[in-house]
Design a protein around this ligand. Structure first.
Ligand code: SF4
Ligand code: SF4
Length: 182
């Protein structure tokens, strides 16, 4: 079983704000290795998907996703309850840096770091584009409303909560309609 988190460590050391373009946003002008700590941190869309427990088949290394979230994750905000001290609580929380973004096959396709690394740009729900931390929830990208906390589930039962894949994002029009009908 593997858990994953996110962090600023490792990226800031290689920051190079001087190359920032006057016309392009930083996430298009810079590589992950070139970003400042603040830029790096802001690339996380706050979905919480990397905080789900994964199960690894020890025979072939295949990774299976579950809907069971780390005990430290707030399932409403999808934020870590103690981000600065998370590894004291959850020692196997992985610190994500540019090298890990390239290495971790299970990092969601929707992840801001992965999208930038793969030169796919940021999606409409990303707070850097929308200006709001709520759009990642409105788009159905975050864990809000469907994940379970491992606080209530024994590790041997995680296999009951396997998922094929993450939910697909709603289109901007669809999420706007759903908001209007609330
Ligand atoms: S410790 Fe925090 S950042 Fe790490 S997996 Fe758990 S909720 Fe996510
Ligand atoms: S954007 Fe990436 S690093 Fe941030 S919470 Fe989502 S999956 Fe994790």
């Amino acid at each position: 079983m593997t858990k994953a988190g996110k962090t600023t460590h490792g990226a800031g050391d290689k920051a190079n704000d001087a190359i920032s373009s006057e016309t392009l946003p930083f996430w298009e002008a810079k590589t992950l290795d070139e970003m400042s700590p603040g830029e790096w941190e802001s690339l996380c869309d706050g979905c919480g998907r990397c905080c789900l427990n994964k199960i690894e088949d020890e025979d072939n290394g295949k990774i299976f996703l579950t809907k069971v979230a780390c005990r430290l994750l707030d399932l409403r905000s999808c934020q870590c309850r103690d981000y600065p001290n998370r590894q004291a609580h959850v020692p196997d929380c992985i610190q994500i840096d540019p090298a890990e973004v390239r290495r971790l096959s299970w990092l969601p396709e929707s992840c801001g770091y992965r999208r930038v690394e793969e030169k796919r740009g940021l999606a409409w729900w990303h707070p850097l584009l929308s200006g709001s931390p709520e759009t990642v929830h409105a788009a159905g990208i975050s864990l809000r409303g469907w994940a379970k906390s491992e606080r209530r589930i024994k590790a041997e039962n995680f296999t009951r909560y396997l998922i094929e894949d993450f939910p697909a994002a709603l289109a901007p029009d669809d999420q706007a309609k759903s908001l209007n009908t609330d």
